[in-house]
Design a protein around this ligand. Structure first.
Ligand code: GAF
Length: 375
């Protein structure tokens, strides 16, 4: 934080009005369900994007990235003239706020982040939600908290052009310390689910495969389109309303598998919630592993690095393991006995070396708070 304030001062020659932060996330279960009006269960990571910001009287926004060292200035962002690169996410939020009818204050901003980028841990949503929270406070916009994820999602869908669902922005805004966020993406209602893994002698080990995202945008959009096509075929508003017995009416084998993932994954989220409610967190492991198998076989969004990490973690004693996030690279989460963390980590590292993959990065995920002003 001190470093960020120093950078802000060196860039703009005065102090920021405050510092805001918003986290990345892992998703415990409920993958590729958000845009099907389904259920998700993410929790926020301690990794976050911080924004030091000061209000100005002009309709201009200047933003400095401590990652790239660049400073970018833009006027009111328009869809015809996009701001390029990382600053597009900042411009996107300003655009979406203005589009939603808010009078957005001009601002000077400096950003820093420890959310790994391109790892499927929602670094884009962390950036969007940190900027949105800062602008809300600087401009005293009083945006109801439950409306903020949709504005950030619209920024990404329309301005950036990524057709993501609502999960990541919801996690970044709404998550609470020590809890996972159970959300129904059909009506956007949510419930905070206590997740005290330490008390249960468990840990969620995050394994960042560092596999480069392959074709992620096009493939993500293709999965979303396939789900929408399957729902349309079934004459349903979304796959949320489909059941396994409907699948015989989907003639196309590929669409059938895509739909089957969305249907079975929703049930796995509900089963996970039930087990957590019964105080049996270690028993969610098989549901996580089944989720991974479905994402691998039916939804086809895994890559060999993700499958290898899951298999190695399970073989080394994890209760369950699955890819988390959009897939095509990124991270695996493994539910492990806390005492077995080092053993599972070593086993995954060994399997990666044997397969000729570069070394993975690992850390323990601790359920952390959502977006807020921190100074
Ligand atoms: C990405 C998207 F941004 C989310 O909306 C969600 O669809 C996820 O992939 C898959 O569950 O993180």
């Amino acid at each position: 934080m001190e470093q960020l304030v120093r950078t802000f001062f060196n860039t703009y020659a005065h102090q920021p009005d405050g510092i805001w932060a918003a986290p990345g996330r892992v998703n415990l279960i409920g993958e590729h369900t958000d845009y099907n009006d389904g259920f998700v269960l993410p929790f926020a990571l301690p990794h976050r994007t911080m924004v030091a910001a000061a209000r100005t009287d002009e309709q201009r926004w200047t933003v400095h990235s401590t990652t790239t060292g660049e400073t970018v200035t833009f006027g009111p962002p328009s869809l015809d003239e996009r701001v390029p690169g990382w600053a597009a996410y900042v411009a996107a939020v300003v655009w979406a706020l203005r589009d939603a009818g808010y009078t957005v204050p001009g601002a000077l901003m400096a950003l820093s982040s420890d959310v790994p980028q391109g790892a499927g841990l929602s670094s884009s949503a962390a950036l969007e939600c940190a900027v949105l929270t800062a602008l809300n406070d600087l401009g005293e916009l009083d945006i109801p908290v439950h409306e903020r994820p949709s504005i950030a999602q619209r920024a990404e869908n329309v301005y950036v052009g990524m057709p993501c669902g609502i999960m990541d922005q919801s996690a970044s805004v709404l998550c609470r310390d020590g809890h996972a966020l159970f959300m129904d993406c059909a009506d956007l209602t949510s419930e905070q689910i206590p997740l005290d893994l330490t008390a249960a002698g468990l840990a969620i080990l995050v394994i960042d495969t560092r596999a480069p995202h392959r074709l992620v945008d096009g493939e993500y959009a293709a999965r979303r389109a396939a789900c929408e096509k399957a729902a349309k075929l079934l004459r349903l508003p979304s796959l949320r309303h489909a059941t396994l017995s409907d699948l015989v009416r989907v003639g196309d084998e590929l669409l059938r598998r895509r739909a089957r993932h969305a249907i079975t994954e929703n049930q796995r989220v509900l089963d996970t919630i039930a087990l957590l409610g019964d105080g049996k967190p270690e028993e969610i492991g098989p549901l996580m592993t089944a989720s991974h198998a479905s994402l691998r076989d039916d939804f086809e969004v895994t890559v060999p690095e993700l499958d290898t990490a899951v298999e190695a973690a399970l073989a080394a004693g994890a209760h369950g393991a699955r890819m988390t996030g959009g897939g095509f690279g990124g991270c695996v989460i493994a539910l492990v006995p806390a005492s077995a963390t080092d053993h599972v980590t070593a086993a995954v590292e060994h399997a990666f070396a044997a397969a000729g993959f570069g070394p993975p990065a690992t850390f323990i995920a601790v359920p952390s708070p959502g977006a807020a002003r921190i100074a």
